[in-house]
Ligand binder design. Structure first.
Ligand code: MN
Length: 208
């Protein structure tokens, strides 16, 4: 997906994108209180930090994706990578959910899930396992790898596309994503995400 975080050129290069729904739209799974902090504070901090780090550098004129690819694995650019990747990851995560989402996907995406995992139920089990077994902070993803689909997990700010796969859907499993609503019960958050929030239309739109 293309994420429009490029701001007016006279201002800081990146800006916090608006949520694609109201702050209370994902309740009761994810409360407005969580989104207030997660979008308004955490996501915003990554944007503010990135703008400071790229000020007066060539990166100020590049896309987020270009910055992420250029700084990935570079030990002297880890701050820029972390903040750029977290800006991108969070924008992708907001679109990975919608009010009234979740349950089984349909159409081409459902066929690809059946082909890759055997059934929706087996996909679901593997996704829950990935999201709950990511040690510490990170992300679980449904990705397209060539003709097939896979589930991957990434630590901290890591994104899947630097490994050559296309992200379709993600869940943030940093504690800040769920602690206010679920405390330490990450499995309950992951299950509720799959049953009530997953935006399969968005995932299908990312297939190529
Ligand atoms: Mn987060």
């Amino acid at each position: 997906m293309s994420i429009s975080t490029k701001a007016d050129q006279t201002k800081a290069p990146f800006s916090l994108p608006q949520l694609p729904y109201a702050k209370d739209a994902l309740q009761p799974v994810i409360t407005a209180n969580t989104l207030e902090f997660h979008h308004g504070k955490h996501h915003n901090s990554y944007v503010v930090n990135l703008n400071k780090l790229v000020e007066n550098t060539d990166f100020a004129h590049q896309s987020l994706e270009a910055i992420i690819r250029a700084t990935h694995g570079k030990t002297d650019k880890v701050g820029i990578f972390n903040n750029a990747a977290q800006v991108w990851n969070h924008s992708f995560y907001w679109h990975s959910m919608k009010p009234g989402g979740g349950g089984k996907p349909s159409g081409t995406l459902a066929q690809k899930i059946d082909a890759a995992f055997g059934s929706y139920e087996k996909f679901r089990e593997a996704f829950v396992t990935a999201a709950t077994s990511q040690f510490g902070s990170g992300w679980a993803w449904l990705v397209q790898d060539g003709a097939t689909l896979k589930i991957v997990k990434t630590g901290n700010a890591e994104v899947p596309f630097t490994a050559g796969v296309t992200p379709l859907l993600t869940i943030d499993v940093w504690e800040h994503a769920y602690y206010l609503d679920f405390q330490n019960r990450r499995p309950d958050y992951v299950n509720a995400y799959l049953d009530k929030l997953a935006n399969w239309d968005f995932a299908a739109s990312n297939l190529h």
